[in-house]
Design a protein around this ligand. Sequence first.
Ligand code: SAM
Length: 257
Amino acid sequence: MIDEYVGFTANIKSKLGIDLNLYKEAQMKRRLTSLRNKRGFSNFKSYFEAMNQEEVLLNEFIDRITINVSEYYRNPKRWVVLEKEIFPALLKKTKKLSIWSAACSTGEEPYSLAILLNEHFPQLDFQITATDIDLNALEKAKQGVYSEQSLKELPNKLKEKFFREQHGLYSVKPVLREKILFKQHNLLADSYPKNMDLIVCRNVLIYFTDPAKETIYHNFSASLKKGGFLFVGSTEQIFNPTSYDMNLKDTFFYEKL
Ligand SMILES: C[S@@+](CC[C@H](N)C(=O)[O-])C[C@H]1O[C@@H](n2cnc3c(N)ncnc32)[C@H](O)[C@@H]1O
């Protein structure tokens, strides 16, 4: 008998365009089996049928596969490298930057980029394209309202300058919003934007299989201008960057050759 999870992944692919086979299987299957059991379904067939009837179940499922955890200036030391090394290197070549924050979740990462640039490189013009597969996350990103917890790594001075506080919630100011275009993009299926100076893609590649990661690295490399940079998450170093026409610039930063 074919593993019924295989049938389920095929159904999900045709319904949502998401290929679960490109995510690490053991991890994904464990997460989904536990969610399915929690909702009282003993097999994936009945779970999928129920999802077709009830949008709440479908949304919960999408939430479970996407894992939207994020925060401002996540891994702060890397943001210092971005400020002191990467942006100055880019500034030598251009005065207008095209930046892509890929798998941006609820927006903390692209807004952090806009804050850093506004604060430290006011002479630089920039446009940030921020994408994610998850429309719910993108909706929150567009709203731009955050708890104190997600701003914990951000210096107080910046919090006061770039946010409006109301009842303990922080709304991003228009000066940040107007620099960011949010849109849906599936890293495993859609075509990639071109001529990027900087691609930030952090804490999503860990969920993908090795062949899927390889394809993504090739695509990122093709998206970058010569001398552009790829910034990855703190568990996502690329062991053979030259296979993708990139060189290690600093830990978790790669320069397109
Ligand atoms: C843990 S968050 C990372 C957020 C942010 N980059 C950070 O490091 O704080 C992972 C994000 O990857 C997104 N994601 C998962 N699969 C994706 C895919 N195939 N294409 C684009 N985004 C995807 C999820 O929706 C989620 O918002």
